[in-house]
Design a protein around this ligand. Structure first.
Ligand code: GUN
Ligand code: ZN
Length: 427
């Protein structure tokens, strides 16, 4: 049965980094038709209603209907330690992250946090997330069970670490391979779920573990592989010590079978020319995590990569300081400003939807408001607070009307969230 949503609609049919913001299409009085979880039509409300005279209608008035946000890099187990004060990467991992991740040995705790994380993400309009779990296989089960019960398209993998982590958080090369393989077998392509092979980063994996996961990826090339790359300068120096013969950070992955199409590299800030070229050659993805990069003091991502690479946007919860992809877009804007790169609102919306979908190789399924795509949608209130409302009073086009919500909006701007065509109601 077809159902119509009425409101303003904003469509980015192509990548505005390639085709310019003009390629976006705005309908002031638009409609989206949904049937069996898919978008079947998008256009002027009058036309869509005439084509579906008997379809039930939900009218969101001036609410803006856009694709659900896609968070391309999060650590759901860090939900409870978000916004922890005063550390830089390695120190932050040791002080806050590892003790918290150790608690995920308890399956009940993992399932409690997975549910809490999912509900927070959905309240902020995020309908797909690609998460690191902890080293515990049950933490992956908890994530996927929480996503499955909510009908989400979601991705995750067991974080693998066999050195430079506490005893309670270490696996081995063999157990990382075995556990990842069995989780992959159990969860990959179940409903809307995808398993992602997940070595945390080179400092916490021995060369043997990296090779074992490289072998697993070679056996399952349809899976994504996610890890961290060149986030902080100190981290890069550490990688150089640990892998003295590597040409650069990326080479520690490349030489162990962990560079390829379907590779998703978080942060990717301090890259050499060789690394940038290799990532482009293999068509791998970079994920920009701007609230994390300013919060942990990592550096300024170069948005020029979006012209040449698949670039996604992410909160990096809990290194990132916010669950909101709106706040994350605002931080991306600010980081780009500091590099003299002014991002148009169309670029920001693209990064959080189609761009992240491309980074996760889901660009034929989600992230675009067009027929055939899965109906994961959010409806944004562009006047969700008095401060935002007064900032839009003289807006002359959709971009001026939307930008204050990008810069100042949060979960209060999310009027409704649809998952696979169904209205999500808070738990
Ligand atoms: N590098 C390795 N692990 C992590 C993590 O959990 N968060 C961030 N921001 N960087 C990392
Ligand atoms: Zn991360």
């Amino acid at each position: 049965m077809t159902h119509l949503l009425l409101g303003q609609t904003l469509t980015l049919p192509s990548d505005p980094f390639q085709t310019g913001p003009e390629s976006a299409h705005h309908e002031r009085r638009g409609a989206v038709a949904i049937a069996q979880g898919k978008i079947t039509a998008v256009g002027p409300a009058d036309d869509i209603r005439a084509a579906h005279p008997d379809a039930p209608v939900t009218d969101y008035g001036t609410g803006l209907i856009v694709p659900g946000f896609i968070d391309a890099h999060v650590h759901y187990p860090q939900t409870a330690i978000i916004a922890s004060w005063g550390k830089r990467l390695i120190d932050w991992l040791n002080t806050y992250t590892f003790p918290e991740e150790s608690r995920f040995a308890d399956a009940a705790y993992a399932s409690d946090v997975a549910g809490r994380y999912m509900d927070l993400a959905l309240a902020h309009g995020t309908t797909t997330m690609c998460s690191y779990a902890t080293i515990h296989p049950t933490s992956v089960d908890a994530f996927f069970a929480a996503a499955q019960s909510r009908g989400l398209r979601a991705l995750a993998g067991k974080t693998c670490m066999d050195r430079n982590a506490p005893d309670t958080l270490r696996d081995t090369a063999q157990s990382a391979y075995d556990d990842s393989k069995s989780l992959l077998t159990n969860w990959h392509n179940q409903d809307r779920l995808s398993y992602v092979i997940t070595p945390r980063f080179s400092p916490t994996s021995t060369p043997d573990q990296l090779s074992a996961l490289g072998a697993l990826w070679a056996e399952h090339p349809d899976c994504l592989m996610q890890t961290h790359l060149s986030e902080q300068v100190d981290e890069i120096a550490w990688v150089q010590e640990l892998f003295p013969t590597a040409r650069d950070y990326l080479d520690t992955y490349e030489s162990h079978g962990l560079l390829g199409t379907g590779g998703v590299y978080g942060h990717a800030i301090h890259l050499t020319d060789r690394e940038i070229a290799r990532l482009a050659e293999v068509d791998a993805a970079m994920v920009h995590c701007p609230t994390s990069n300013t919060f942990i003091g990592s550096g300024l991502f170069n948005m020029a990569h979006a012209q040449t690479h698949r670039v996604g946007l992410a909160t990096d919860t809990g290194g990132g300081s916010n669950f909101s992809m709106l706040r994350t877009m605002a931080a991306a804007y600010e980081v780009a400003q500091l590099r003299g790169q002014a991002l148009h609102p169309a670029h920001l919306m693209w990064l959080a939807t189609g761009g992240s979908a491309r980074a996760l190789r889901l660009e034929d399924k989600i992230g675009t408001l067009a027929p055939g795509y899965e109906a994961d949608l959010v409806v944004l209130d562009l006047a969700s607070t008095p401060a935002i409302a007064q900032a839009t009073t003289r807006a002359e086009d959709i971009w001026q009307a939307l930008f204050p919500t990008i810069m100042m909006g949060d979960d209060r701007a999310v009027t409704a969230t649809y998952i696979n065509g169904h209205l999500h109601t808070a738990a």
